[in-house]
Ligand binder design. Sequence first.
Ligand SMILES: [Zn+2]
Length: 493
Amino acid sequence: MRELEFYLAQRRKIAAFDYVDFLTEWDAQTDAAAGSIAADSVYQAALSEMKYRLTTDPEFERCVNELYLRRDRLDEALRHEIEVVRRSVEDTKRIPMDEYARIREITAKGYPVYVDAKKKGDFALFRPYLEQIVDYNRKLTVWLERPQLKGYDVLLDRYEPHYTQAKYDAFFNMLRDKLVPFVRERTAHPTPVPQWTRQRFDKAKQREFCEYIRDVMCFDKNFGIMKESEHPFTSGIGTDDVRITTHYYENDLVSSIFSVIHETGHATYERQCDPALNGTLSGGGASLGMHESQSRFYENMIGRSRAFWAVHYPRLRQIFAPQLDGVGLDEFVAYINRTEASFIRTEADELTYPLHIMLRYEIEQQLIGGKLRVGDLPEYWNGKFTEYFGITPPDDAAGVLQDVHWAYGDFGYFPTYALGSAIAAQLYHAMSRDFDVEQSLASGTTREINAWLGSHVHRYGASKYPDEILRLATGEDFDPNYYVDYLINKYSV
Ligand SMILES: [Zn+2]
């Protein structure tokens, strides 16, 4: 088929641009000196223009449409890929060119204003930009609507296919009913931060322990380096180059450790995709929510468990000797599972975290649905926050301005963070039917866990929709009961 040949050739070129993107972005975030980034942006502009031409090439589009019509003759992975690519080409064309350019200009101009407004804790400065961003997102829901997909659902589906308000409402209603009263009760009298945590923890020793953790998680270092960056992230191309970063704080012993467990969770997902998907547009994770389910599975279910630290805490004590001499295993495990109502989402603990997401979901629903005006946002935010957490943000920086997503123009993204945690709990339940997960940790590595996730989730990459993969892995549709039960059970002791 001539169309298939053209498609595959074009895909190879697109993948090459993705490779350059990955390497330059990695360099900018890790090694590049601040002053050298300006030069980089000149080349970046030219490269992204070339990539845009490749993806919007009329011949490419014609071939995609032709392959779509004859999709029954394609193998399963390629058929899925063609469906996804056709949809995204179609979506791109539905957005008027001038509007597309204008929103990029608004967010580019608005970003420094957002940073300044956050610094000053003053929402009014950023308000005119956010009004335009919300307005654009409302228009998006009209341009991209389909018979089954209208309003806010259009935006949600862009980040997590097939997850619409019907599913998310059921999820968040359950959190509101069961979790909010529980969290209020559990966080009413938080245990104080223990004195032993207020020491200086040497960066080189932290790095040594983090490298040890990567071995515990069986990450083959021959296929991915670890470096430092301001915010930890995972990045890679295909299954053979998967890199992570972390950030060491000398006044915080555990921040870098949990970042490394989290990012190695993401990296393990990428590493264990079927290598046959390398170079296709179906490699990597199935969706944002599915990716986050893997990182949070390792970070919370494994990394915060007593069974994990029963094996690895002696090593931590040994590396930091004599700093942790008086701190027993139970004391350490209690500290890493401490819960407290707090203002900032990114610093929230495992129990309170999903309520931060619920708040943002409800607000986005109101804004996009036209039921809430941007001007009323700070007051609405603070009211809802007080209702859920029992504390009121002191200013807009600790409230409505804390997250960067809206300034970037992204609406519909937040719910995937909570979805990931909930999927993790459902997967844990399914895994526990096959073997005793805590018992397996006594072996000293996560090998058995990696193998289960590899064969039930990772190998599919993005060659299927996330809800389909979840059904294959657990035998069930998404069910938030597992998550709520898990949290209440864990934090009831
Ligand atoms: Zn993550």
